[in-house]
Design a protein around this ligand. Structure first.
Ligand code: HEM
Length: 265
């Protein structure tokens, strides 16, 4: 069984609901920073003739250094992805994790209902679960795109060895896939993720939940009503019971172990 998220009251009286465990926040930091390094060291290789690429490669200490940094960040990404996959598998097998990021038929219904709402054919938007269809779509895109980058990246690291087992055309195709998927990942991230977590009027200037681990119960009620109802039934915000805000050390204490990990899966 997954544990109930922690509910606290901030100093200014807002009820906050735990959304991401310390481990999930750590994972996000590793993925985000390795991804940025991979972009900064991959694109200058792809667009090698550009003036900015010349400058960046020079600033990074030359092409060999740039390639080395890319490989180190790539291997970090590989380990992080493998750990994530193993923990999801463990959570699924033991039943200790709610598979809240796994898309299902209800997400298609939510999408259609939301579209009807947008075109004025439905008065209210549908009630969303803890992660809505857009967030699941983004997560699955990351998983599938990440898998392609990991496989093709490892092949690019060992092209001669891989070429002994598979036709050379496959190695070339994977090189092209790595190169194009990098552009797709960058564009999707820029448009989708930056909009969703920074520019959207619902969260502007920044959705801080991935850094603090908490989301306001008000935001939860408005955007993830099914999760609010799961936790509080139809209780109004004023009636929600919450602990006083813990100190920052308590919030990030490793003594409270992960399975708020229930929230990713
Ligand atoms: C996930 C994000 C990643 C992005 C955005 C990215 C981006 C890129 C780009 C744009 C290139 C240049 C391709 C070209 O020449 O057209 C490249 C090359 C390369 N990438 Fe990645 N990459 C990623 C992940 C990885 C991973 C996970 C690995 C290794 C496990 C890896 C290993 C390599 C290697 C070996 C090359 C060939 C250049 C060299 O020999 O150093 N990449 N990458």
């Amino acid at each position: 069984m997954s544990r109930r998220p922690r509910i606290i009251r901030s100093k200014d009286g807002h009820v906050l609901v735990e959304r991401f465990s310390l481990f999930r926040r750590f994972e996000h930091t590793v993925v985000a920073s390795s991804f940025i390094v991979l972009l900064l060291t991959g694109f200058p290789q792809k667009f090698a003739d550009g003036a900015f690429s010349h400058w960046l490669i020079g600033a990074l200490g030359g092409l060999e250094n740039t390639r080395l940094i890319h490989r180190i960040a790539g291997v970090t990404f590989v380990f992080q992805s493998a750990l994530h996959a193993l923990l999801i598998l463990w959570g699924a097998v033991t039943g200790r994790m709610r598979m809240v990021l796994m898309p299902g038929p209800q997400d298609v219904r939510d999408l259609l209902a939301n579209m009807s709402h947008f075109v004025g054919r439905r008065r209210h938007p549908p009630k969303m679960p803890v992660f809505d269809y857009r967030q699941k779509f983004e997560y699955m895109g990351m998983v599938l795109g990440g898998l392609l980058m990991v496989v093709s990246g490892l092949v690019l690291m060992y092209p001669v060895q891989v070429g002994q087992w598979v036709p050379g055309e496959i190695v070339l195709a994977l090189r092209a896939a790595h190169s194009f998927e990098a552009v797709l990942a960058f564009v999707v991230l820029l448009i989708w993720h930056v909009y969703g977590s920074i520019l959207s009027p619902d969260v502007f200037p920044l959705d801080t939940s991935i850094f603090t681990g908490y989301m306001s119960a008000e935001h939860l009620r408005e955007h993830h009503a099914l999760e609010y109802e799961r936790l509080f039934g139809d209780a109004p915000l004023e009636a929600v019971e919450a602990e006083p805000q813990p100190t920052p050390a308590e919030v990030s204490s490793p003594a409270r172990p992960g399975p708020a990990d229930e929230r990713h899966g």
